[in-house]
Ligand binder design. Sequence first.
Ligand code: 8OZ
Length: 367
Amino acid sequence: MTDALFTPTTLGQIPLKNRVVMAPLTRNRARPEDDTPHDLHATYYAQRAGAGLIVSEGTQISPEGKGYAWTPGIHSPEQVAGWKRVTEAVHAKGGRIVAQLWHVGRISHVSLQPGGAAPVAPSALGAGSKTFDGTGFVETSVPRELTEAEIARIVADYAHAARCAEEAGFDGVEIHGANGYLIDQFLRDSSNHRTDGYGGSIENRVRFLREVVAAVTGVLGGGRTGIRISPWSNANNVGIDSDTPALFGRVVEVLNGFGLAFLHVVEGQTGGDRNAPAEELAKLRAAFDGPWIANNGYNRAMAIAAVAEGRADAVAFGRPFIANPDLVERLERDAPLAEGDRDTYYGGGAAGYTDYPTLQGAAEGAA
Ligand code: 8OZ
């Protein structure tokens, strides 16, 4: 019998040929002069079109939303044209791809910001974390606090990016609400010390997320909009909220109002410990009324079990997709997985990006 992991499903309006999702992976290979993806990206993503769904690497919704050197944007005509080549290449291989809409908030450096300005955040609290500025790792700059008018402008930037994603031919978008970036910075009481309608109570801290989701679904509809959260992660030095179950319980209730294509949940420390409390996780899953994508350190057996037992509708794999372009086929055949080279995770060209062979390619190469 075929494991349910390898059978089709539908997330909102997005049909998937299997339930293995390629998680968003920052690879820092956009064209430096205009943050545009190019043919190399089209090749890379098309090689991985065997996934039921690809979530693109984080793509900044505006120049201000950028926090690392060489990450792609989804706000200019050149970027739309670049992404169009990517989506066409993925679709030609029978794959599906959504754009991850990203605003880093305070996880940036003045050298990466328009006019060398301070990055923006709900409150003027530095993360004390590192980012990559194109020469090396530098401490993130202390942000300045957003005004309410600027918050409204950023919400409009999300809508603009959603229109750009649609124009570029994406099957939908994933809003990046995880890992200590802007939306997560608004959610948590560790990084949001505001005293206006966007801070203080849980209801107020969830307001920005609600406005972003409303703006994006206003463009694409709920059926083509998903979101990723990481309730238990302190990625990018974001402090754990003082009441994670209450905060993220409310987040899920709010999301239920939008009929989203999926909720994508990092279980524990992003890329690290799977330390999400089982009971809290199960509660969130039960409270959400749409499709659920599970993520973080899943292996074949765990993914098969999670889908078979109904704990997830799909499972996202991140790092395994770097060195295994044909990951789904390998999982299906229970074939060995290749290890990626960490030195080429971030930045560079084709090496460590588009030169990992498929099983078949490796066999032919050895013959
Ligand atoms: C690794 C390096 C840079 C950015 C995330 C977008 O953590 C990222 C990211 C990951 O979500």
